[in-house]
Design a protein around this ligand. Structure first.
Ligand code: MN
Length: 711
């Protein structure tokens, strides 16, 4: 009984006797329930929940979480149900165990994690109590520690899932030590050889490194002592996966990554952080542009520190983190350490309050059933000053707004460079045009005479000049598209008059231009394309002046058996800005569609059954439309799913959808009562056939009652 008594001893350091007893009772129940079961390692099964509980005690979590950790597998693997847990340990614990069980079921169901992002959204969306995720992470941590016992294919799958799903969740919850261990274990299981090489190299050079770091540490210590600043100066070991990631991200050879030394300085107060910073900057020259003040503006997960990089002895870069002990605790165990341990003599620290607010925000956002991951992205506060300074290849320095990309850079150099920029190189390496630039980088723009501004640039440029130029170009593009659409619409309308643009005589027949006070045909087409002028009326007007000479053409067409009235405008969904698919009904290929011209917006397409169709009158001209024979893009469509209201049902369905390799744009619960849960999804499909497949798949999901597409 050594392990469990250790665990109880450890719990006793922060929980009271009654609480520790409850943990022990949970152990007895778990041991009884799992009796006779074995882990792949050959150990009795109960060793696993005990280790999971130990991880949670290590995070100093509350009793409920620790008990839930101890019992997390009983609902799935034994005859003990939720009611029994609720009776013995309270509703809270039962709720947590139930939540963890649901997460595990999702995990088993979506074996093929192709859409890590969807999957992550889903896991967070179904966690209504953040403690469920903490227990789940502890479970995953212990499973990773014992992963060697599993066969290769399962090992690889679980390792990949750990790196793609669970490590990112851990860092979002501020659990740095959990994240690092998950990453190292995941990396070792997925790439054993690469792991061994880096580990070997780390060991081999540890001696040298230790000596160099020691020297720097000693120098810093001496300086701080001279200035009367109390601080603890520690060397910092790199974790293996971070070395690997740095090699890949910066394309550096192993030695260069290992050459960066890490030092951490712990002090007593915020004030002291800045004083120590001043002192070390005095001792070693700081590298420009590498100072970050996460104290003034903490990261979204509550992390605070000062970061700086120094030129150490022999020019070796030294990464320094300066923080108070309290910040250190948050950095290592995040939300866990401060929020969840509710002891009587409330620790009313700033960090505590911030962490609490943070968790409330998480819970709030989950209530609105939006998109948790995105939400967290949004609360990330800007941490840096407002400008970046970058070099042109000629060595000129440009000042740009923070977040500026190579496109901003190109427009800053010259409008023509912006309008023809095709690719970029940052510090000599090819980079995406949307890469945010950092101070000190050298940026080179590759232009091409054929290159044109891309409308999507508007989404990521940050400087006024780039924005104005791209807007100007889009306006022109919009006009070109409007002209093209107007030409097609007028041609179609002319066919109703047994005419066509081609058959229309040149020259004087276009005297209507003068009548409409327009300079040229393109202006007329643009007006029609934008819905400012009805194509039908223009066609009639043109036909009047063309009537007589065209009588024979009409007969010819009739003789050919072609009914010219029936040529619709084909929609491929790629027409750009002058063709709009109604957001109310979201038409997809295969739907019967109708179009009408809306003044200024161009052609708007709805499904035939859409309730939002306007009355067709002089303001809204109806247009005959149909889908183009080959439509290649994906279209968003709304679906409603009605299912039995069970915890985790949202995730089960999202997982079934993801399984079809269908993108989910939005997820939400529309209505929920004790019995039913109505969920709304916006998914992307290629058309009705594809949608039918999705419906078929969803109908096969147990608990699903009804699937509809709102009209
Ligand atoms: Mn488990």
């Amino acid at each position: 009984m050594a392990p469990i008594s250790d665990l109880c001893d450890q719990a006793r350091t922060y929980l009271d006797r009654r609480q520790v007893e409850a943990i022990y009772r949970a152990y007895l129940l778990g041991a009884e329930a799992h009796r006779g079961q074995q882990r792949a390692t050959g150990d009795p099964y109960i060793t696993h929940p005990v280790e999971v509980a130990r991880v949670l005690v290590g995070m100093r979590l509350d009793t409920e979480s620790v008990i839930a950790g101890m019992l997390h597998d009983v609902m799935e693997d034994t005859s003990i149900g939720k009611e029994r847990i609720a009776r013995d340990f309270g509703k809270d614990v039962a709720h947590l165990v139930d939540g963890v069980t649901k997460l595990s079921q999702i995990e088993a169901a979506s074996r093929d994690v192709v859409q890590a992002e969807n999957y992550r959204k889903m896991l967070l969306a179904m966690t209504d109590d953040v403690r469920v995720m903490l227990v789940k992470l502890a479970d995953r941590l212990h499973n990773m520690r014992t992963i060697d016992a599993l066969p290769t294919d399962r090992r690889r799958r679980i390792a990949r899932e750990t790196l793609e799903i669970y490590a990112p969740i851990a860092i979002r919850l501020g659990l740095n030590h959990v994240k690092e261990e998950l990453e190292d274990l995941g990396f070792r299981a997925l790439y054993p050889n690469r792991y061994r090489v880096i580990q070997g190299e780390l060991r081999r050079t540890r001696g040298n490194r230790k000596r160099a770091v020691k020297n720097v540490q000693t120098a810093i210590r001496r300086r701080l002592r001279q200035e009367g600043l109390a601080a603890r100066v520690l060397g910092r070991e790199k974790h293996i996966y971070s070395v690997y990631r740095k090699m890949r991200a910066k394309r550096l050879p192993l030695e260069q990554v290992l050459d960066v030394y890490g030092i951490r300085i712990l002090v007593d107060s915020v004030d002291m952080c800045y004083r120590v910073l001043g002192s070390v900057h005095n001792l070693y020259k700081p590298r420009p542009g590498r100072f970050k003040d996460y104290i003034a503006i903490p990261k979204a997960n509550g992390y605070q520190s000062l970061h700086t990089v120094l030129f150490g002895p022999r020019g070796l870069p030294i990464e320094v983190q300066i923080r108070s002990s309290e910040m250190h605790e948050i950095a290592e165990s995040g939300i866990a350490a401060h929020v969840l341990y509710k002891d009587g003599n409330a620790r009313n620290s700033v960090a505590h309050r911030r962490a609490r607010t943070w968790m409330q925000e998480i819970l709030e956002m989950q209530k609105t059933a939006g998109d948790p991951v995105e939400f967290i992205e949004h609360v990330k506060v800007d941490l840096f000053p407002d400008t970046v300074f970058v070099f042109t290849p000629a060595g000129e320095i440009l000042e740009l707004a923070r977040g500026a990309t190579p496109v901003d850079f190109a427009y800053a150099v010259h409008t023509d460079i912006g309008n023809t920029c095709e690719a970029a190189r940052i510090d000599g390496r090819p980079a995406s045009l949307r890469t945010p630039l950092a101070t000190g980088q050298t940026v080179e723009i590759v232009t091409s005479r054929r290159a044109r501004p891309d409308p999507t640039w508007i989404n990521f440029v940050v400087t006024g000049k780039a924005r104005a130029n791209i807007r100007g170009y889009l306006k022109k593009l919009h006009r070109d598209e409007a002209i093209d659409l107007g030409r097609r619409l007028l041609d179609q309308a002319l066919r109703r008059e047994d005419l066509s643009l081609r058959k229309l005589p040149k020259g004087r027949r276009w005297d209507i231009l003068e009548e409409f006070r327009l300079d040229n045909r393109d202006e007329l087409f643009a007006d029609i394309g934008l819905g400012k002028r009805a194509a039908g009326l223009v066609a009639k007007r043109l036909a009047v002046s063309a009537r007589d000479p065209e009588a024979t053409a009409k007969d010819a067409n009739r003789a050919n058996g072609r009914d010219m009235d029936e040529v619709p405008i084909f929609i491929a969904g790629t027409e750009g800005m002058v063709v709009n698919l109604g957001k109310c009904c979201r038409p997809i290929p295969g739907d019967r569609i109708v179009g009408y011209l809306s003044s200024g917006r161009g052609l708007v397409v709805h499904t035939g059954s859409c309730g939002n169709l306007p009355d067709l009158d002089s303001k809204h001209e109806g247009i005959d439309v149909d889908w183009a024979p080959e439509v290649e893009r994906q279209f968003p469509v709304d679906i409603r799913v009605e299912a039995e209201n069970r915890k985790g049902i949202l995730a089960t369905i999202a997982s079934a959808i993801s399984g079809l390799d269908v993108n989910i744009d939005a997820v939400g619960i529309v209505d929920r009562d004790g019995v039913n849960s109505q969920m709304a999804f916006t998914i992307e499909v290629s058309g009705r056939t594809h949608l039918a497949q999705v419906f078929r798949r969803l109908r096969a999901v147990p608990l699903v009652r009804r699937i509809t597409r709102p009209a």
